[in-house]
Design a protein around this ligand. Structure first.
Ligand SMILES: [Zn+2]
Length: 358
């Protein structure tokens, strides 16, 4: 039996132990079509926090969309079956899940909204603003302000890929607690760009972390599973579900990391993947002329782990090739292969140059 009341959201009532699809109206589109953000709410049967999950603010970043799908419907994509990740009857608290914030951007297969603006630079939005500011406004007022915590799911742009990792403001205790609970081997420090959902929501009292996993325009199941497990770890940590968390034995808290760059243009052949450990001086990529003859070799300027990697073979001098986080090979082996429920051993990494961007 439920011992809590229904959850009320934008004129909808969600009874304890149920899930419901609702929409946030955005007004008509050019063809008189209605425009809205689909939201799925799962309301538990016991008291607990409200956790929001947002994905697809950048319309071409799809791994997070799939994370949301799996959390709502389980691996078979049918809710109410045995493989559901979240039992509605046993959940404590409420999940507000927004699988695709920028739905028109997704249809256009692009990062921004139809006006080409980046919604993730416009929070908290404007009620009477441009179309992107209005999307930000609706999301912020309907979802963020109702939530105690928020996880925003992203991937790298199509020209790059990221090893799944969480980004958080190390100077915000609540954010760091969520980031540690999420359980990736690597947590990168950043406050988030001005106007980003993460920075604005955190400032307004909803501690927010961000997952970066994989690349754009794809469902990559490794990245998706890292996202699913991380969100469930956070839910376990918040007492929303019963769960024995699996945390890596070692975790790197990265204040600053550094990109290895191409010293000459050409066509790029990577010799490494994200998650690989490389030694200083090791060849990580080579560059060829248009006929495929090698013209340059790119060596790793440091010993560490590849966290971000260029996917676009067309490079010019100065283009970023690989984001490498300082780490010894022994530490990285343990971080990848040893898991337990205890708090991991932490190592702080502070490289001389700041992060490229977010
Ligand atoms: Zn993004």
């Amino acid at each position: 039996m439920a011992d809590i009341e229904s959850f009320h959201f934008e004129g909808n009532e969600i009874a304890p132990g149920t899930g419901k699809e609702v929409s946030l109206e955005l007004g008509d589109g050019p063809a008189g079509n209605s425009r809205s953000i689909p939201v799925y709410i799962i309301h538990g049967t016991r008291p607990g926090p409200v956790l929001a999950l947002t994905a697809g603010i950048h319309g071409d970043e799809l791994n997070g969309v799939s994370v949301a799908h799996h959390l709502i419907h389980g691996d078979d994509h049918i809710a109410g079956t045995d493989d559901d990740r979240i039992s509605r009857e046993e959940l404590a608290g409420t999940i507000i899940c927004v699988p695709v914030v920028n739905i028109e951007g997704m249809l256009l297969e692009q990062r921004g909204a139809p006006d080409n603006r980046d919604i993730n630079r416009l929070f908290p939005g404007k009620k009477q603003g441009n179309q992107s500011q209005r999307i930000a406004y609706v999301l912020f007022n309907s979802v963020v302000k109702r939530s105690d915590y928020l996880i925003d799911l992203h991937s790298a742009p199509h020209s790059r890929t990221n090893l799944p990792h969480v980004r958080a403001n190390f100077d915000q205790k609540d954010c760091m607690e969520l980031a540690r609970a999420f359980g990736t081997q690597i947590i990168l420090h950043s406050t988030g760009p001005r106007g980003s959902l993460r920075r604005t929501a955190t400032k307004q009292g909803t501690p927010t972390i961000l997952l970066e996993a994989g690349t754009a325009h794809r469902f990559e199941m490794d990245a998706v599973h890292a996202g699913i497990e991380g969100v469930l770890n956070v839910m376990g940590h918040l007492g929303m579900i019963e769960r024995e968390n699996k945390l890596p034995a070692v975790r790197l808290l990265v204040r600053r990391s550094k990109w290895a760059r191409a010293e000459a243009g050409g066509l790029l052949y990577s010799r490494v993947n994200v998650g690989d450990h490389v030694k200083k001086g090791q060849e990580i990529a080579l560059v060829t002329d248009p006929l495929g003859e090698q013209t340059h070799s790119i060596e790793s300027p440091r010993t560490g782990v590849i966290v971000g990697l260029a996917l676009n073979p067309l490079v010019r001098a100065g283009d970023p090739i690989a984001n490498i986080v300082l780490c010894s090979s022994g530490k990285w082996k343990r971080a990848q292969n040893e898991f337990n429920a205890d708090e991991p051993e932490e190592e702080s990494v502070d490289d001389e140059e700041s992060l490229d961007d977010a």
